[in-house]
Design a protein around this ligand. Structure first.
Ligand SMILES: C[S@@+](CC[C@H](N)C(=O)[O-])C[C@H]1O[C@@H](n2cnc3c(N)ncnc32)[C@H](O)[C@@H]1O
Length: 184
């Protein structure tokens, strides 16, 4: 994980942004099936999964995040969902089981974007979708990391995904990029 994220910054983040507009806006880019098996990569305090379970009550969901404080907070709000302390680069799930993956403001923080995308690709079923949301201002500079949300289609294609949507949105005061890809 990038060194921004630890228990202290997680507490700061959860207090201010624990439940932000993108935790619900992501649901305008996909349609949840009643039997969906959702994976939230970099789930933070679990607010995106909570919004999904409010829309489709019986879906199965799992969230991963490398920071203990995030996972503890997520388990508190959603005790029946499985949350694992893990990174995108090493997802503790068998291959081909997930029907929808989400990374909400998370890819920009991954240490190794290529390794993380390969892992998401591995756990998705063939034809399953992967939705990435990133705030428009997000940027990083370190090697192996995502420099800008606009580089996502290139990274996704390199990891074997088909990219079906990549656009900038201004909604509910949020300026963000939404990128939707499929496992082929
Ligand atoms: C800006 S927060 C977003 C949290 C949540 N998705 C939300 O929308 O509130 C970024 C999250 O990415 C997580 N993260 C950092 N490095 C990661 C990695 N390598 N793999 C997965 N998640 C990571 C952080 O711990 C943090 O919870």
């Amino acid at each position: 994980m990038d060194n921004t994220w630890n228990d202290e910054t997680a507490r700061w983040y959860l207090e201010r942004y624990g439940d932000h507009a993108l935790n619900r806006l992501w649901l305008t880019h996909v349609t949840l099936a009643p039997d969906e098996f959702l994976l939230d990569v970099g789930c933070g305090g679990g607010a995106s999964i909570k919004a999904a379970t409010q829309q489709q009550k019986n879906i199965r969901a799992v969230g991963i995040d490398p920071v203990t404080t995030m996972i503890t907070a997520a388990r508190e709000i959603l005790p029946r969902v499985d949350f694992y302390e893990a990174s995108a680069e090493n997802i503790p799930l068998p291959g081909g089981v997930i029907t929808l993956a989400l990374a909400n403001c998370s890819v920009i923080h991954w240490q190794d974007v290529g390794a993380g995308l390969a892992e998401v690709n591995r756990v998705l079923r063939t034809g399953a979708q992967f939705l990435i949301l990133e705030e428009a201002f997000a940027s990083q500079t370190d090697d192996g990391r995502l420099n800008s949300p606009q580089d996502l289609p290139g990274h996704l294609k390199k990891a074997g995904f088909f990219v079906s949507e990549h656009g900038h949105h201004n909604t509910d005061g949020e300026s963000y990029w939404a990128t939707l890809a499929q496992k082929v």
